[in-house]
Design a protein around this ligand. Structure first.
Ligand code: SF4
Ligand code: SF4
Length: 220
């Protein structure tokens, strides 16, 4: 909540310095001001270049009425992962409406979203926000834009490769591929040991019968 207020707060200048007052505190007689970093205060910051076709691109791509979002924030208030996001789900909808392509497609939020669909069931305008997030991930990859969460993208790649090859996920191989991509070999050792103990990590893959059909689905 506080971060959201921060995000939409407006900067003001005193002399050559810039400050922000979060809207949540702006009613107080004595303001609480925070100095802004050089990156956000620079007068030479590159101008934002909205793309007026972005909204229709996204609506066409995912067949969801993003333009009907009126920012009630029910999606954001119900999102279990909002605490880890850099912009809130309703703000992503607003970025799409405003044509802020890079801001939406470079956000961490689209990769942190777990597709749990809580937001989708809460939206009064029947927007499948989880599906919109999925479309934004696809657009990010299609347009070759630097993702906001590189490790999550590497995990997605390793997961999908494993499913393409075996028709189902082969956890041991997938984790190996992911570790090679991130070079973080000891990050999850404890969890891996626990999974091994419980027989959840098999050393050899087991393939399903219809692997050819699964590959065809990936090639489409
Ligand atoms: S719940 Fe629906 S209408 Fe409300 S902010 Fe989220 S997307 Fe927009
Ligand atoms: S689908 Fe994504 S954005 Fe929606 S509530 Fe779940 S984690 Fe949050």
């Amino acid at each position: 909540m506080w971060l959201q207020e921060w995000w939409i707060s407006r900067p003001f200048a005193v002399g050559r310095s810039y400050y922000r007052i979060p809207l949540a505190y702006s009613h107080l007689p004595i303001g609480i001001a925070f100095p802004m970093s050089d990156a956000t205060t620079s007068r030479e910051a590159p101008p934002i270049r909205p793309d007026s076709a972005f909204l229709s691109d996204v609506e066409e791509h995912c067949d969801e009425p993003v333009s009907s979002c009126y920012h009630c924030r029910k999606c954001t208030n119900g999102c279990p992962l909002a605490f880890a996001m850099d912009v809130m789900p309703n703000q992503v909808m607003r970025m799409i409406q405003l044509g802020l392509v890079e801001e939406a497609l470079q956000s961490k939020t689209i990769w942190i979203c777990a597709s749990c669909q809580t937001c989708t069931t809460r939206c009064p305008n029947s927007i499948d926000i989880a599906h919109v997030m999925d479309c934004l991930r696809q657009l990010n990859r299609e347009r070759g834009i630097q993702p906001g969460e590189e490790d999550v993208v590497k995990f997605h790649d390793a997961f999908l490769k494993s499913v393409r090859r075996n028709g189902r996920v082969f956890e041991f191989g997938m984790v190996g591929a992911y570790k090679l991509k991130t070079m973080n070999f000891f990050g999850d050792t404890k969890i891996a040991m626990e999974m091994l103990k419980r027989g959840k990590l098999k050393f050899l893959p087991s393939r399903i019968r219809g692997t050819k059909e699964v590959r065809k689905m990936f090639d489409k």
